[in-house]
Design a protein around this ligand. Structure first.
Ligand code: CMP
Length: 137
C-alpha cells in the first residue's frame, strides 16, 4: 500500500467542484485516510513548496495557495502515487489527457485545481506534513 497527498486547491474549492473531484478519486479506487478543510498560512505554504523557492512562480504560488480554503486529502492505494498522478493529469491543463481532473477543472498551469505528490517518499512526507497519525483512519 502506498500513500499520496492530494490537495484540492483554492480555485477548485471556489468553483465548488470539490465533491466531483473527491468522487473521481473514490471511483478510481483510492481510500481516503484523512481529510480536512483549512486555509494555509503563508509560512505553511512557503514550507510546503520550499522545493520551488526561487523559481519565478514561487511567490504567486504561495499567494494563490493562501488565497482561500483548500482540502488536503491523504490517499491510500496500491501504486497510489502513479495512479493518482494519472488521474489528475499534467500540471498544465492544456497538456492534460481528456477526462483527467486537471483537464476538467484546472484553469491554468498556476491555478491547476489539485496537487499530487511526485514520489513515494514525498507521498509519505506530504501526508505527514498535514496529518498527525491520529487523524488518519
Ligand atoms: P503542484 O502539483 O501543486 O506543484 C507545484 C505547483 O507549482 C504546481 O502544482 C503549480 O500550481 C505550480 N507550478 C508549477 N510549474 C509552474 C509554472 N511553470 N508556472 C506557474 N506555476 C507552476
Amino acid at each position: 500500500m502506498e500513500r499520496t497527498l492530494c490537495i484540492i486547491k483554492p480555485d477548485a474549492v471556489k468553483k465548488k467542484v470539490q465533491g466531483k473531484i473527491l468522487q473521481m478519486i473514490l471511483d478510481a479506487g483510492f481510500e481516503i485516510k484523512g481529510i480536512k478543510y483549512i486555509t494555509l498560512t503563508k509560512s505553511q505554504a512557503q514550507k510546503f513548496y520550499e522545493i520551488h523557492r526561487g523559481k519565478p512562480f514561487y511567490e504567486d504560488l504561495v499567494e494563490y495557495m493562501t488565497s482561500g480554503p483548500c482540502i488536503p486529502v491523504a490517499l491510500e492505494k496500491e501504486n497510489a502515487v502513479n495512479d493518482y498522478r494519472a488521474l489528475i493529469g499534467s500540471t498544465d491543463p492544456a497538456e492534460a489527457a481528456e477526462g483527467t481532473v486537471r483537464k476538467l477543472f484546472a484553469e491554468s498551469k498556476s491555478y491547476n485545481a489539485v496537487h499530487g505528490s511526485d514520489s513515494v517518499e514525498n507521498g509519505i512526507n506530504e501526508v505527514n506534513f498535514f496529518f498527525a497519525e491520529y487523524e488518519l483512519i
